[in-house]
Design a protein around this ligand. Structure first.
Ligand code: NG1
Ligand code: ZN
Length: 562
């Protein structure tokens, strides 16, 4: 198809015709494969990389539309499939504040990606631009990055082809191979009008983290060495850059850093492996590095936005996991104590709250609520957690799988900056709270920043991993992936703790759960994989296992498989 620029009466119409011609040429180069249906889910688009070039081209178009709609505010695009295996890839958009794409635009991403032909893409694009009132003459600014997957560079070309359709009105900044949280940081810092968030570069990120960490550690360093499993992913490169900036306050021993070995990414290592298997990565097990008492380690996931810690029990040698729930609890308690020490005036009192999902271990929720820390439960997906955390002065949010951060509200920062310390101790607490707000990524969960957060709290408490772990004992639990013919028949409600459909299934689950001591179980369709997830916890490991099996059977029955 072609549009005739020369016959157009006005300059704008002429440019519009040129744009549509450029989009049509790009769309022809990147045709949508037949029989594939794409959905912009919790983590953007994610599937086999070979199915993604047409999606990347179209995401390029949408990113430009979004930036133009927001008068040239910088939009981020991250190409990653996080903890998924290497043949997968994915893409997600980042809004100007550094947060996930506005959910109302997710449907536009889905619509563009599913247009079956060049004609339908042009027509959907034009309709979207009109309905969303996008002034195409506005400038657009995009920052983009990708992880270490071999499919990254080809997909980036398709994305760039999307941007190029708009000619010179689009300014781009390619950050290259970078972690997801660094991309979010750069987007936020680029759009920050106050100029105080930090320099919008990788260097700016490293310097900001290193400065805050040094302030917080003070003369407590150098800390005990830490082993970091980088999942053979981009976290290895980020960690190397960061340690070069930080120096030797925190001696880091990176493990699983083979970013160019084919098939190694997330393979038998990384945060998702450790959390799901509740075991050490075999490479760490066989290296024996954790056998020295008191040694702690952590695992990043493939794009370094998740982290879990672990160690071996001193006498039993058993694996002990310190997951997102354990991080949230320790951090919330510590920040709560700092606020008490800060002795702020009555009208500037700050409250720490915690946001969890239904996957949070019941023991962690009980621990927090019994200590009067407010806890909210929201549906799975970072955007839900992030928004709920914004309602607290200091909102700690973590998914059990290790994705999370701590948000400081503007009022909290103002209260801390304007406080009149009553003593050297309170001055110190205020200074430390402000340093935490610099250390912790305010845009998104960040393995590196969260690692520094954990290390700081441990150093201040004078704790090792065992003391941290001693707070509460996790209830034994099981997470099962159930493949069903059509997961869309499963509809969850009440922060995904109950099933609304298929009708009657929840009653059967409730009846079953009652038979287990301290039993809890829920079922929800995954937002990132073609499956339904069953979670079960109970007083003993055997009971948790049996409950998971029983509920899995109910799900299979409900999906018509039995
Ligand atoms: P789904 O597939 O919707 O369960 C998974 C994780 C989420 C979140 C997203 C995005 C579990 C049980 N689910 O979502 O917490 O991290 O991936 O990556 O861990
Ligand atoms: Zn991730």
């Amino acid at each position: 198809m072609s549009f005739s620029p020369n016959k157009s009466p006005t300059k704008a119409a002429h440019e519009h015709a040129l744009l549509l011609n450029a989009i049509a040429a790009g769309a022809n180069e990147y045709p949508k494969p037949e029989h594939v249906n794409y959905t912009y889910g919790t983590a953007g688009f994610r599937t086999l990389a070979t199915k993604l070039p047409s999606v990347l081209f179209r995401v390029g178009l949408l990113a430009v539309l979004r930036s133009k709609r927001l008068e040239g505010a910088t939009i981020g695009v991250m190409v990653t499939a996080s903890h998924n295996p290497e043949p997968d890839n994915g893409v997600k958009l980042v809004d100007p504040s550094g947060e996930m794409l506005d959910p109302t635009w997710e449907a536009h991403a889905t619509a563009l990606s599913n247009c079956p032909s060049t004609e339908s893409l042009i027509s959907t694009f034009t309709t979207l631009a009109t309905h969303l009132r996008v002034d195409l003459s506005q400038p657009a600014n995009i920052v983009y990055a990708y992880d270490t997957r071999p499919s990254g560079p080809e997909l980036i070309k398709a994305l760039e082809r999307g941007f190029e359709s708009f000619g010179e009105s689009v300014k781009t900044n390619n950050l290259g191979v970078t972690t997801t949280p660094i991309l979010h940081y750069v987007v936020k810092a680029t759009n920050d009008k106050t100029g105080t968030y930090g320099e919008p570069t990788k260097k700016g990120y490293n310097e900001k983290m290193a400065k805050a960490f040094r302030t917080l550690i003070g003369n407590r360093g150098p800390l005990a060495p830490l082993y970091v499993d980088c999942a053979n992913g981009v976290g290895a490169l980020a960690l190397q850059d960061f340690t070069a900036t930080l120096g030797d306050v925190l001696p880091i021993n990176p493990l699983n850093t083979s970013t160019s070995t084919q098939g190694s990414l997330n393979h038998s290592c990384g945060a998702d492996f450790v959390k799901t298997k509740q075991a050490l990565p075999p490479s760490i097990q066989s290296s024996g590095v954790l056998s020295k008492a008191g040694t702690r380690a952590c695992s990043f996931d493939g794009d370094a936005d998740r982290i879990v810690y672990y160690y071996l029990h001193e006498s039993k040698g058993t694996f002990r996991l310190l997951d997102g729930d354990k991080i949230a609890v320790m951090v919330a308690m510590f920040l709560g104590d700092l606020i008490v020490k800060a002795k702020l005036d009555e009208e500037h009192k700050l409250e720490v709250g915690v946001v969890q999902t239904a996957y949070a271990n019941g023991s962690s929720t009980k621990y927090l609520t019994s200590r009067n820390i407010p806890v909210s439960c929201v549906p799975t997906g970072v955007k839900h957690l992030h928004h709920a955390a914004q309602r607290y002065d200091i909102g700690v949010y973590f998914e059990a799988n290790g994705h999370g951060t701590v948000l400081f509200s503007d009022q909290a920062i103002k209260a801390l900056k304007s406080a009149n310390p009553q003593s050297p101790d309170s001055a110190n607490a205020i200074k430390n709270l402000l340093a935490f707000s610099e250390l912790i990524n305010q845009a998104v969960g960040d393995a590196l920043s969260d690692m520094l957060l954990v290390e700081t709290v441990l150093a201040h408490r004078g704790w090792g991993a065992a003391e941290w772990d001693a707070g509460y004992e996790d209830l034994p639990n099981r997470l099962v992936k159930v493949e069903v013919p059509d997961r869309s028949i499963f509809v969850a409600t009440d922060a995904e703790r109950k099933l609304q459909h298929p009708q009657g299934l929840q009653d059967t689950i409730d009846e079953t759960v009652k038979k287990y001591d301290m039993g809890r179980s829920f079922v929800r369709p995954s937002g990132t994989e073609d499956c339904v997830r069953v979670y079960a916890e109970a007083k003993t490991a055997t009971e948790a296992e049996n409950l998971a099996v029983a509920v899995t059977d109910i799900v299979k029955f409900g999906s018509g498989q039995v």
